[in-house]
Design a binder for this molecule. Sequence first.
Ligand code: DGL
Length: 256
Amino acid sequence: MTSEYSGYVGVFDSGVGGISVLKELVRALPNENFVFYGDSANAPYGEKTRDQVLRRSRDIVDFLLNKGAKAIVIACNTATSAAAPTLRNDYAHVPIIGVEPALKPATLVDENKRILVMATPITLRLDKYQQLAEKWGTGREVIDAPCPGLAARIERGHLEDHDVVSLLEQLVGGYRGEVDAVVLGCTHYSFVAQQILQVLGDVRLYDGALGTARQLERKLAERGLLTKSSGAGVVKFLSSKDTPEEIELYQSFYSM
Ligand code: DGL
């Protein structure tokens, strides 16, 4: 067993989306070391079955723990919904933090009467989201907007190309003027926040990255796992699509 990433926080997603969460984690915990694993060879997760996503998630967590990671962040709403309870049960000795659609913060603002939740089809179908909507949706109109194809398009980069806006028009353009807030319930979507505003107009956007960063800090502190280093941490990128171009793509998302 190698401990190449001993003391690192392991972060994973189906692909580039989790880098939006990673950026928030680094902002909140700048002295920690992070290793990010994108499963781009198997993306998107959002149109797979729950079992397929669970299997991939378990393999990635095994891999990161074998390399010495001290905690895991599932930087993916889909994998959190499909796999987090099982993984927490199987790896009880390690803090495993997930991400969930930021419906709660959206409902804490009175003006948000109509809230659109953009997410992958599987996230919206699974119990975790159904329970969240039941808990926080009271007194609001919560509209589910499954966005098949959007994460896969974001994986390819070149987000300034016009087809991204066209796809968003198709998926959610009908809600322009109809909603006050939009929950970005897939970590990929944060990278097209500007294009979503372009399509939907004046809406408030919410994503789960900040909540996840706070939760990671709490969990590391509880278990005495926060780094003692006062120097800047490092960030490493790994991908199941193991090519230099893919790692360059990740770095370009990281610097967006
Ligand atoms: N980024 C992921 C999420 O937050 C998954 C997107 C996908 O692979 O379909 O749901």
